[in-house]
Design a binder for this molecule. Structure first.
Ligand SMILES: Nc1nc2c(c(=O)[nH]1)N[C@H]1C(S)=C(S)[C@@H](COP(=O)(O)O)O[C@H]1N2
Ligand SMILES: [Mo]
Length: 384
């Protein structure tokens, strides 16, 4: 039986069997129309935006499992309940009157880099652009939970979004949990502004969660409920999606923090169709950004045709935002392969080759960029 994106086979009503939810079988070859539709709805950040420390809202990468829900900001309420002494409810105005914090946070989709895996896990077909850094403004979660009075036996907080759909053949709302300790001491923000403007509908208007250091799936958009529970949450997005599995039946490990990665802004000027960078010979300053959800960046190295050079790191930009780097390259005419590779201060380093897993999660293998250097480039230059 053929399966479409993330959808289990439809139940066979003649035998009354219930389908088990699981992701679609990995594949090779052409992209399906479904993958192309996902890729056009959920767009990447163009890599030249790596030259900016903050990503403009319209260029920020985008992931929506389903449709953008229409949320009325006037009647919207955030409910805090479950295992708390006092359930609370906040309007948008209530949240805006509370302590206001702004911070640059790098969000990255756990599926970023998925397309480089072979066979290709069938889902949002990211190349490298599933990452961005916005300035998020909102109110910290911790004081709200203190007011609600978290019961000592609560182990997780469940964050619910207003969007619903089918995935793995199962209807559900987008919900993710975090261990209480991460939720309370992780610097989480209930964000109502992105780059100084109210959230755009597609980024979670009116309020979203921002979880610094974690892959994007934790940062629940269109947030309307936070519930403390005394067991491990087993909603679809927790139990089946976002797992590092070897096959469909492997329960796997949960995807959590962002693995160390660096990316390079394309040097020179691109070719329209192939997007291959064309660079004039001479000194080129290669620039990019590096980040890790496990700790600060220790170093970035750049390889030109296998020869590694240390990059210079910019000043860190807060605790949760990517860090700029640059590296001078004396470009000589010909075709070259450029690679960048980051290491964080707790000893994580980017693998040189992708590590395959069934859902294509957390592929932080180094970026390899094929570039052409011409003796000079001016208007009218024709590619050899
Ligand atoms: N409610 C809801 N929250 C969500 C999602 C979603 O589909 N629904 N997608 C998640 C995923 S997988 C990612 S990577 C980030 C993307 O956030 P962005 O679209 O603002 O870049 O949102 C997360 N929060
Ligand atoms: Mo994601």
């Amino acid at each position: 039986m053929t399966t479409t994106l993330g959808q289990a086979p439809i139940a066979d009503h003649t035998t009354n069997s219930t389908p088990q939810p699981h992701a679609a079988e990995p594949t090779t070859g052409d992209f399906s129309p479904e993958e192309v539709l996902l890729a056009s709805r959920n767009h990447a950040m163009p890599l030249e935006l790596l030259r900016w420390n903050r990503t403009p809202a319209g260029m920020h990468y985008l992931v929506m499992h389903w449709d953008v829900p229409m949320v009325d900001p006037v009647s919207w309420r955030l409910k805090i309940g479950g295992e708390v002494a006092e359930p609370l409810e906040f309007s948008l105005a209530d949240l805006r009157l509370r302590e206001r914090v702004s911070m640059g946070v790098t969000l990255e989709c756990a599926g970023n880099g998925r397309t480089f895996l072979k066979p290709r896990p069938v889902s949002q077909p990211w190349l490298h652009g599933g990452v961005s850094t916005a300035e998020w403004t909102g109110t910290p979660l911790t004081p709200l939970m203190d007011e609600a009075g978290l019961r000592p036996d609560s182990v997780e907080l469940v964050f619910s979004g207003a969007d619903r759909g089918f995935q793995g053949g199962v209807a559900h709302a987008y919900e993710r949990s975090l261990p209480v300790r991460t939720a309370i001491s992780g610097g989480l923000l209930l964000a109502y502004e992105m780059n100084g403007q109210p959230l755009l509908p597609q980024h979670g208007f009116p309020v979203r969660l921002v979880v610094p250091g974690w892959y994007g799936m934790a940062s629940v958009k269109w947030l309307h409920s936070i519930e403390a529970i005394t067991h491990a949450f087993d909603g679809f997005q927790q139990r089946f999606a976002y797992r590092l599995q070897q096959d469909a039946d492997d329960p796997g490990e949960p995807v959590t923090r962002i693995r160390v990665r660096s990316l390079m802004a394309p040097p020179g000027i691109p070719d329209f169709a192939s997007r291959r960078p064309i660079v004039p010979a001479g000194e080129t300053i290669l620039v990019g950004r590096a980040w890790s959800g496990y700790g600060p960046i220790k170093s970035v190295h750049v390889s030109v045709d296998g020869r590694w050079l240390p990059a210079q790191l910019d000043e860190p930009d807060g605790r949760h935002a990517w860090q700029g780097w640059s590296c001078s390259w004396q470009a000589e005419a010909g075709d070259h392969e450029l690679i960048c590779r980051a290491e964080d201060t707790v000893g994580n380093i980017q693998p040189l080759e992708p590590e395959w897993n069934y859902q294509g999660m957390g592929n932080n293998a180094v970026q390899r960029l094929q570039v052409t250097v011409l003796p000079s480039v001016s208007d009218g230059t024709v590619l050899p």
